[in-house]
Design a protein around this ligand. Structure first.
Ligand code: SF4
Length: 163
């Protein structure tokens, strides 16, 4: 990736709160069952933190991501496969400032059926990165952030800010 990679691949901005929730706490906050959250993880929509004890932990951004998933399912009637496709529209190559060559050789740029963190055959930099710590995953979490990322990086910041 180009010169900005080191900046972009660094751990994301601090979360609004650094609190990490257990899966039970996250389920309570969201009003969903624990098996539902586990299912989202199996389906690749979320990547929870894993403590040394192997127990899942969820950040505030994870909670916002699940909230967005719930809205898409319950309000917009989007299927899990549909959500994967929507997440695949997040232009990670623009957020990470990949060069044209890196972009062309990366499967995440060419696939449109799953988010980049689920894709195999990514460019070397992404293959060796921890998606859980990547700004594409950590910062583009809420429905609003997903929308902004797609609009800003696709059409330009002017459009996004005038919405
Ligand atoms: S594949 Fe992983 S490291 Fe690469 S842009 Fe997506 S979340 Fe970031």
């Amino acid at each position: 990736m180009s010169g900005n990679l080191a900046i972009n691949m660094a751990p994301a901005k601090p979360f609004v709160t650094s609190t990490l929730y257990t899966i039970g706490e996250a389920a309570d906050i969201l009003g969903v069952s624990i098996p539902t959250i586990r299912m989202y993880e199996r389906e690749g929509l979320i990547i929870p933190h894993r403590k040394h004890s192997k127990h899942r932990r969820f950040s505030q951004n994870d909670v916002e991501r699940i909230r967005c998933i719930r809205t898409m399912i319950n309000h917009d009637k989007v299927s899990i496969a549909g959500i994967r496709r929507l997440l695949s529209l997040i232009p990670c190559w623009k957020i990470l400032n990949c060069s044209p060559d890196e972009r062309e050789s990366c499967a995440a740029f060419h696939q449109h059926d799953k988010p980049c963190w689920m894709v195999s055959g990514k460019s070397w930099e992404c293959r060796s990165a921890d998606c859980r710590e990547c700004s594409v995953y950590t910062e583009v979490a809420s429905c609003q952030a997903i929308k902004q990322a797609i609009v800003m990086h696709t059409l330009g910041s002017e459009v996004a800010t005038t919405e």
